[in-house]
Design a protein around this ligand. Sequence first.
Ligand code: PAF
Length: 278
Amino acid sequence: MKIAKNREELSICLNSKTQIGFIPTMGALHDGHLSLVNESKVRGLTTVASIFVNPTQFNDPKDFEKYPIDTEADLEKLQSAGCEVVFLPNRQEIYPVGSEDLYLHDFGDLETRFEGAFRPGHFKGVGQVVHILFDLVKPNTAFFGQKDFQQLQVIKRLVQQENMPIEIVGMPTIRESDGLAMSSRNRRLNESQRFESTLLHKVLTYSKTRLKQQSFNDIRLEVQKMFTDSAELELEYFDIIYPDQFIPADRFREDKTYHAVISAYAGEIRLIDNMQLA
Ligand code: PAF
């Protein structure tokens, strides 16, 4: 596995590669990330991952400072998964002086609802770094986890708006055996927070089973009650939405698709999850 630390090294590593599968990450890798590497390998692509904790997508500086970093373990995992090239840039490499305000895209409502409402500027930062990484790596296909469902829609919109010839593949959320969606943040949970954090997945499966039987408002109220009973978790938002527009849905219709999205805090740790309901 080759490691490129700057733009020049990256272009040497990618020279003559024609079918590139790309997995952008912020490190602290888990099986969810490795499933993306695996999918790229299964498709026979030259598999490139990047590790860069992007400061411009953190609206909370404390969250940025506390973001877990374990590059040595990450590199071992990528190597075992068969990744061929890892791009490991520093901040200056991604944002050369004077370029900080470039690639700030407008994603409309998609960047201001739900995650965007609670993390102002977050999707601008994601769009910015992904655009820069796409320009440098020039992938044919890029892989993202569906756990960050709104992010996946933002990236699809970025590629569409910019006419980038890149296929965006969303891969299923990988879960712990008790249902908790894998996330780099999970390692910061203490024992009782970890125990209660399965509530997010329970709420999503609950809303899936109730979808056709109850009004969506009743489901919303039930979910709020479930969180009131939790000692460790505080609900930030839960909603049942039309996934293409990210707007709340009112009632079930056979011809529509629905998605539930949720975010909650365990102490200072923010957890998100989502599920297709119908
Ligand atoms: O999902 C992530 O880890 C990040 O948001 C991404 C896509 C690597 C951009 O920094």
